[in-house]
Design a protein around this ligand. Sequence first.
Ligand code: SAM
Length: 429
Amino acid sequence: MRIDIMTLFPETVNAFLHESILGRAAKKGVIQINCVQIRDYTENKQRQVDDYPYGGGWGCVLMAQPLKSCLDSIMSTTKDLHSRVIYLSPQGVPFTQETAKRLKRDYEHLVLVCGHYEGVDERFIEACVDEEISLGDFVLTGGEIAAMAVADAVCRLVPGVLADEQCYTGESHWDGLLEYPQYTRPERWEGREAPPVLLEGNHDKIQLWRRKKQLERTKERRPDLFRAFVPVDRQDEELLRQLERDEKRVRLTEKPVCRPAEAGDLPDILAMVACARETLRRRGVDQWQGEYPAEEQLRRDIGRGECFLLTHRGEAAAFFVLSRLPEEDYERIRDGKWGYDGPCCVLHRAAVAEKYRGGEVSALMLRCVEEQARAWGLRCVRTDTHRKNKAMLALLRDGGFRYRGNLEISAEPGRDPRRQAYEKILKDR
Ligand SMILES: C[S@@+](CC[C@H](N)C(=O)[O-])C[C@H]1O[C@@H](n2cnc3c(N)ncnc32)[C@H](O)[C@@H]1O
């Protein structure tokens, strides 16, 4: 791809376009960018490029002659190339990624004409320009910034400019969506964690998480793009259905607060237990289908300071019981082993209030579990759940818990005692 930029400020444009990635690509010969001084093509002694507008008014207008002579000189060197002459103008068609793709695909040579002052003589546009492109609905003093933007966006699509095609195919606007959020080291910065799913190395899960975030972001920030988006495959269709379900859920307007539960919280906690019990029953999961967890037990948890409540705007959103007491059943783990030798705490009972299900509260609850373990000076959290409890299994895995093997818990008579054992070793901060 060759790009010629017609400008009154070639040094400024050159300084930018010959830096960094584009500069290296130009050195390799993958792209060629030339900045051409329009003033070199004047036919008057003063090298004057502009004049007063006919009919009066403010400012000056670039004359057609130097522009045309400059363009002719460029074109005389590119006869074999398929060229496109573009005038950067606030009156042009707004520039998009699709325009960048089209220019890269359909042409070998672009001439970008930068206006200045009040613009350029209309007759030059009529005679010589193939299309007008705008950077957006605002007015710049000159076309240079717009030309640099177009040159940059087009050149990075040329093979060999970026390290890999994937560098741009996953980015915002490539397939009509915005990109997912990005994170880098450290894992925790000023109290904010990077999403655990990104740290686990499971590429399928990362891909799914990222695609969902792309859809969520686009829906939230650019409803115009979202309306025009056509799902690419079944996974997109399923994710769109998930988004619709998510929409119906309560949105957190502030970060939930986690505090030790008090006896007065028991009715809320019991309501969450009843609701979870019913959901598990409907889903055919033989967990919490008897008395467990009974009111008396929860009362004892509260008394020991091991029951915690998450509240959102003062409303009970979730609870969990985290115990430092040794768990005998966990000593008989089968088909695997625990990964941590030191003292651990055990996440025993947890539930989310119905209206907060399926949203962020569950993941936030797991973070509170970890915070509480750390507050006790512990570096490991263990838990168990039924193999059919898909929601809990997904939550644990997304939260960075690892499957360690199988257990049999002391279940009530007639109930399935089999559980899967999970563990999370907390990293040092
Ligand atoms: C001050 S502007 C002229 C604006 C012109 N009088 C008008 O109202 O349409 C000077 C030059 O900046 C460039 N320019 C200004 N805004 C632009 C935009 N949004 N996109 C692309 N180029 C722009 C054009 O090359 C234009 O000739």
